[in-house]
Unconditional design. Structure first.
Length: 256
């Protein structure tokens, strides 16, 4: 039963630290406006549509009446990979990992909502609800890469309320608060043949979320004639996720 005891410790450890490093920039989304996407996100700090509320709220002073914008993007990445060499330990033997090479893209819907309300000819209030992170990958249970990851996802909701003030005909400034929540799911398969020989893979499912975190942003807009220059800054946020780990596909002998 010594091998079984070691196996239980292994499963418990993997549940606590089950994922490899995730580079969240790969999950970042900039799909706030079809116009800015058409410009490859150039000039976002001085854009003339309401998505500028996210990039630089100081530019909302260019709107003279109330308006709102609803944006929806569907992202369907398609990536193919070939595993040149992948091995696993089967007790004292090293063997190739059986499985397939496949695509890892997953369809994601990305919504954004913006509203701008000019209080007077100098003061403008605005709010935006966006999804700064929201992509996912899915390798599948039969993938040769399943011991690294099965499906992984990061999603967030950012509620940004801002006030902009037009100092004069040239300069506008703005500041806002951001309320952000983050969710993540990181899953993988575990090779148990190290201890037990011919047994099925165990699958570890980890899902967690953070509470709402507070951040802030600010922006400056300079405009003269037909030219505009914008500068914006957004604070960073540190998220601590808590959640649950679920272990599936453990047979009766391993449960004892």
């Amino acid at each position: 039963m010594t091998g079984i005891n070691y196996l239980k410790y292994l499963i418990f450890s993997v549940c606590l630290t089950a994922s490899s490093l995730v580079y969240s920039a790969a999950f970042q989304l900039n799909d706030k406006s079809a116009a800015t996407l058409g410009r490859a996100n150039a000039g976002t700090a001085v854009s003339d549509d309401m998505s500028v509320q996210f990039w630089n709220p100081a530019a909302t002073t260019q709107f003279e009446q109330f308006g709102f914008s609803v944006v929806g993007s569907v992202i369907r990445p398609s990536n193919e990979y070939d595993v040149l060499r992948s091995t696993r330990t089967n007790q004292l033997m090293i063997e190739p990992v059986p499985g397939n090479d496949s695509t890892l893209g997953a369809t994601t819907f990305v919504p954004s909502i913006f509203a701008v309300y000019p209080i007077n000819d100098r003061l403008v209030a605005s709010v935006g609800v966006t999804m700064p992170f929201g992509l996912s990958t899915d390798y599948g249970k039969e993938s040769k890469a399943r011991y690294f990851a099965l499906d992984s996802s990061i999603s967030s909701v950012n509620i940004n309320a801002a006030i902009a003030f037009k100092l004069n005909e040239y300069f506008s400034i703005a500041s806002g608060i951001n309320i952000i929540k983050l969710e993540a799911e990181l899953n993988q398969a575990i090779n148990l043949r190290v201890f037990e020989g011919e047994v099925d893979d165990v699958f570890i499912y980890n899902k967690g979320e953070s509470g709402w975190r507070l951040g802030w942003n600010m922006g400056i807009l300079f405009q003269s004639g037909g030219s505009r220059v914008g500068i914006s800054w957004r604070s960073g946020n540190r998220h601590h996720l808590t959640g649950d780990s679920l272990v599936k596909n453990i047979d009766d002998e391993l449960r004892e």
